[in-house]
Design a protein around this ligand. Sequence first.
Ligand code: NAG
Ligand code: NAG
Ligand code: NAG
Ligand code: NAG
Ligand code: NAG
Ligand code: NAG
Length: 440
Amino acid sequence: MKFIQTLPYVALATAFVLPDVETLKQLALTETPDEVHALWDDIPDTADAIFGNLKDKVSSVKQDFHTAIELALDEEIDDAFDLADHPGHGHHGHHGHDHTSNLTIYQLISKSPYTTNFTKLVDEYDDIVELLNSTKANYTLFVPVDSAFAHLPDKKPSKEFVEAVVRYHIGLDVYSGLRILHTQTIPTALNEELLGGEPQRLRTSVGLFGIKLNFYASLIAKDFKAKNGVIHPINHILVPPPFVGRELSLFPNTFSTLLLAYEKTDFVKFIHGVKTNGTTVFAPSNHAFAKLGPRANAFLFNTEKGLGYLKALLKYQIVANATLYSDAYYDNYGKKDLLETEDVQHYDLTTLLHDLPIRVDIKRWGGWVRFWVNGFNRVVVRDAVARNGVIHVVEKVPIPPHKHHGAADDEDGEIDVEGLIERLADYVEDADRPQDWSDL
Ligand SMILES: *[C@@H]1O[C@H](CO)[C@@H](O)[C@H](O)[C@H]1NC(C)=O
Ligand SMILES: *[C@@H]1O[C@H](CO)[C@@H](O)[C@H](O)[C@H]1NC(C)=O
Ligand SMILES: *[C@@H]1O[C@H](CO)[C@@H](O)[C@H](O)[C@H]1NC(C)=O
Ligand SMILES: *[C@@H]1O[C@H](CO)[C@@H](O)[C@H](O)[C@H]1NC(C)=O
Ligand SMILES: *[C@@H]1O[C@H](CO)[C@@H](O)[C@H](O)[C@H]1NC(C)=O
Ligand SMILES: *[C@@H]1O[C@H](CO)[C@@H](O)[C@H](O)[C@H]1NC(C)=O
């Protein structure tokens, strides 16, 4: 925790991947960093629990896939929606919601006694009421039930912030429970300037306990079909994610080596000068750094010369002006959805290290994703959405490929100091900037 507190990231925005109560508490405290620090002391456990679980989940998505289809339904909530729809009718069976209501999403949540708090927030924004009540387009509303609003901090966030929060619960288009099983990220009605004005996205995942959004919010029921879309009640408020840097700093047990690398190379100073419209960050975990081996680590972290190389490695992990999610791609020319196909989809993204490309291969099939960087380097946690981009956690530190043979990373990950120097020497600080990668 110690060096985390010295990072300049502390001043940045909000939190992520936390129970939203903690998140909102932090938001209320952004002007008093000391208190923020104090709050952070509670975070590592939560973070570890989430990242630990997640690793298991990523590898077992396939097995979980079928079990997840039958989600536990909360009967009370089920009834509440059915009652809102047909006053006086009462029980109908709880197996799916094949019946499509004649009411709009807005009308359904205003009538449900379990969603009064969220409806009250919606009511403060005429344009959002109109959006959820209109039949000009279809939406998916992830509506936090009232219990999600218990224990919120007293200090009310700004109207602007609350609007962003409310919009972040609205998925563009209809995502039924079944469709979510084939989806990795969902675009929302929250347009994010830092993503080039494109929709901020929600990360979805499927596990033994059903469908989760952004690692922490669970669907507690699903598929209430409204006239203009679908409603899924959830157990936590969805808070728009923070900046990439802040997000990494929330997981010291996973990223302390990376954060130390940022600190030692004064990386923040460099990155603040970089203009970028969205970003894709391939973040190596502590484990990934360890795999480089003790000698390479000693060189990178403990020698003056090595720090230049370390900085080069850090630049190679960051892609500017392109935000690549498992199932969507934003660049300066707009957005496109990636196909679900058994074929591997291939991207060469331009990194901050002398515009060197980093190769990404994605294979999606039936809700299952495989994702590699430079050949063998597997993405172990995909699609950690951030305000200004997306983070993918990689199992090895990405190193630019050998100039003369192929684009693949070494299969093991360990590298000797000479190898590291050979592969990076041309790109360390002040080296002449190559005009064209193919000329090298
Ligand atoms: C929906 O509501 C309208 C007006 O209230 C009614 O005319 C129509 O029959 C209803 N449709 C269904 C399918 O219930
Ligand atoms: C949620 O709604 C309940 C009852 O409608 C109210 O007592 C409570 O203050 C609300 N909570 C928030 C955080 O608005
Ligand atoms: C929602 O739309 C219905 C028509 O579908 C309309 O009757 C109702 O007044 C609208 N409600 C609000 C709050 O705009
Ligand atoms: C919304 O969904 C309904 C039912 O699936 C469909 O009939 C309708 O055309 C859709 N509306 C729009 C604007 O796409
Ligand atoms: C940022 O990206 C959006 C599209 O995603 C584009 O419209 C906009 O022009 C881009 N801004 C810059 C400065 O390139
Ligand atoms: C990102 O794109 C913008 C607009 O095209 C450009 O000004 C900026 O230099 C680009 N950033 C990087 C790091 O290439």
